[in-house]
Design a protein around this ligand. Structure first.
Ligand SMILES: Cc1cc2nc3c(=O)[nH]c(=O)nc-3n(C[C@H](O)[C@H](O)[C@H](O)COP(=O)(O)OP(=O)(O)OC[C@H]3O[C@@H](n4cnc5c(N)ncnc54)[C@H](O)[C@@H]3O)c2cc1C
Length: 410
C-alpha cells in the first residue's frame, strides 16, 4: 500500500493551496486525490474577487496572506497568475452601510491595508460609468482586485508539484480507514492509501467525506451566480471592483464588459447527497429562469450603474459555494477522529482566503496550532447537526442572504 504523511482529498483551490503550504513548510510526503480534473468545480466558477478588509476581522489576516502570496507564486513560477490590482471601490448610501464601511476601514487600519476616501468626482474618475448621487461615503482600497481563480489554483498545484507533492486526478476517495478513533488512510477507486493525517478539502462534497468518519460537516451547498455583459467601451476597461452593499451587488471588469453579481434574498441550497460527482453535469439553476434574478435587481443597481438598463447580457455563470449558519468557514480538526482535518464551508470567499487557509491548516496539521486566531472557525462549533435536512439548509441560506452587505456573498 502507498503511504504518505498527509492525504488531501479534493483538488480545488483549497486542497492545492494546503498541499503547496505543507510542501513549503515541511519535507513530508503529501498526496492530493481528485476524482475529476483539478479545479473543475467551484474553483473554476468564481468571480475571483480578492478583497482583504471585511466586517469579519478574523478573516482579514487570511485574505491578506493570499494577497501577499500572489507575487511569491509569480516569482516562483516565473509567470503571472492573472491578478488584476484594480483596487476596490466600496460605496455606502445609507447610515447603516456607512457604519459598516467605517468598521471595515478600522479593520483595514489595524492590518496595515491601505485605503483612502474618495470624493464623488474622484470615484467617477476611476469608474466613469458610476452614478454617485446616492453615495454618502466612498472608500477605495488600492491593493484589492480580482484574479483568474483557475490560474491561481493551477499555480498552487504547479508549485506544490515542483516541491514533490503527488497529485492524482481521476481518483475517487470512497471511504476512510479508521482505527481506534484515528484515521489511518483512504480507500480509493485506484486502491488503498495509508496516511498519517487526512485533510478533507472536498468542497460541496466535504460533508459527505466527513460523514464517513461519523461527523457530517455543518455546511450546505448553496447557489452563487453572476451575469456578464457584452463588451462596451462606456463601462469596459480596468475599473476597480465595485461593491454596492445597499443593493447587495458587485461589479468587476470582464473582457471589455462587466461581470455583475447580485445576492438573492433566498438562495437555493442543495442536499449534498444528491449532487453528482461531476458538478459540470449539474445546473444549480434547476430550471428556474435566472434572467428574472438580474431583471429583479436592475432598478436597484441602476441607481449606481444606469448603464445596466441598456446592457446586453452575453453570459451567465453559476455554481455552488458552501455556506455555514454563521457565514464563517470551517477550518481545523474534525471532532472525534484523530488526524482528520478540514477546510470547507468557505461562504463564497475560498479564493480570497485560499493562501491564509492553506498556511493555517498546514501549521495546524504539523504543529497542532496555526499561529492565527482561528478558534472561531472550528468545525465543531455548531455541535452535531443534520446538514442535509431542509431546516439546517435554510439556516445556511439565511447566512448567505444576511452576509455582510459590505462584503457581499459572491
Ligand atoms: C459563482 C461563484 C462565484 C464565486 N466568487 C468568488 C469570489 O469572487 N471570491 C472568492 O473568494 N470566492 C468566490 N467563490 C467561492 C469559491 O469558488 C469557493 O469558496 C472555492 O472555490 C472553494 O474551493 P474548494 O477547493 O473548497 O472547492 P472545489 O473547487 O469545489 O474543489 C473541491 C474538489 O473536491 C473534489 N472531490 C469531492 N469529493 C471527492 C472525493 N470523494 N474524492 C476525490 N475528490 C473529491 C471535487 O471533485 C472538487 O474538484 C465563488 C463561487 C461561485 C460558485
Amino acid at each position: 500500500m502507498d503511504t504518505f504523511d498527509h492525504i488531501i482529498i479534493g483538488g480545488g483551490i483549497l486542497g492545492l493551496s494546503i498541499a503547496y503550504h505543507l510542501s513549503r513548510d515541511s519535507q513530508d510526503r503529501i498526496v492530493v486525490l481528485e476524482r475529476n480534473e483539478l479545479a473543475s468545480a467551484a474553483s473554476s466558477k468564481a468571480a475571483g474577487l480578492i478583497l482583504q478588509a471585511s466586517t469579519k476581522p478574523l478573516k482579514t489576516p487570511l485574505a491578506r496572506l493570499t494577497r501577499e502570496t500572489i507575487p511569491l507564486l509569480e516569482d516562483e513560477l516565473g509567470e503571472p497568475v492573472g491578478f488584476h490590482e484594480v483596487g476596490s471601490l466600496r460605496i455606502a448610501s445609507t447610515d447603516a452601510r456607512v457604519a459598516e464601511l467605517e468598521s471595515i476601514e478600522k479593520d483595514a487600519s489595524s492590518h496595515g491595508i491601505p485605503f483612502q476616501h474618495l470624493s464623488p468626482q474622484e470615484a467617477r474618475e476611476r469608474a466613469p460609468w458610476l452614478n454617485t448621487s446616492a453615495a454618502q461615503r466612498i472608500t477605495f482600497f488600492p491593493t484589492d482586485g480580482y484574479i483568474d481563480p483557475y490560474l491561481l489554483s493551477n499555480a498552487y498545484g504547479r508549485a506544490a508539484r515542483n516541491a514533490g507533492v503527488h497529485i492524482r486526478t481521476r481518483t475517487d476517495v470512497q471511504d476512510l480507514m479508521i482505527e481506534r478513533d484515528r484515521v489511518k488512510g483512504v480507500i480509493t477507486s485506484s486502491g488503498d492509501i495509508a496516511g498519517g493525517s487526512i485533510i478533507d478539502a472536498a468542497g460541496a462534497w466535504a460533508s459527505l467525506v466527513a460523514a464517513r468518519a461519523g461527523y457530517p460537516l455543518p455546511m450546505a451547498p448553496t447557489r452563487s451566480h453572476y451575469w456578464i455583459t457584452a463588451p462596451k467601451p462606456a463601462y469596459g476597461g480596468e475599473f476597480p471592483v465595485t461593491l454596492l452593499p445597499d443593493v447587495q451587488a458587485y461589479m468587476r471588469p470582464e473582457v471589455g464588459g462587466m461581470a455583475i453579481g447580485v445576492q438573492e434574498p433566498n438562495s437555493a441550497t442543495f442536499d449534498a447527497r444528491e449532487l453528482p460527482h461531476d458538478i459540470n453535469t449539474f445546473s444549480p439553476t434547476q430550471g428556474e429562469e435566472h434572467w428574472d434574478v438580474i431583471a429583479d435587481a436592475m432598478a436597484a443597481v441602476s441607481v449606481f450603474f444606469p448603464g445596466i438598463e441598456e446592457a446586453q447580457f452575453a453570459g451567465y455563470v453559476s455554481g455552488l459555494s458552501s455556506y455555514t449558519p454563521d457565514g464563517s468557514i470551517l477550518l481545523g480538526a474534525v471532532p472525534g477522529v484523530g488526524g482528520f482535518f478540514t477546510a470547507a464551508g468557505c461562504c463564497g470567499s475560498g479564493i480570497a482566503l485560499s493562501a491564509g487557509i492553506g498556511s493555517a491548516l498546514s501549521a495546524m496539521v504539523r504543529d497542532g496550532h496555526s499561529g492565527l486566531d482561528v478558534a472561531s472557525f472550528s468545525p465543531g462549533r455548531f455541535g452535531r447537526v443534520d446538514p442535509f435536512g431542509r431546516e439546517f439548509r435554510n439556516r445556511c441560506a439565511a447566512a448567505r442572504a444576511s452576509k455582510s452587505h459590505a462584503a457581499p456573498a459572491y
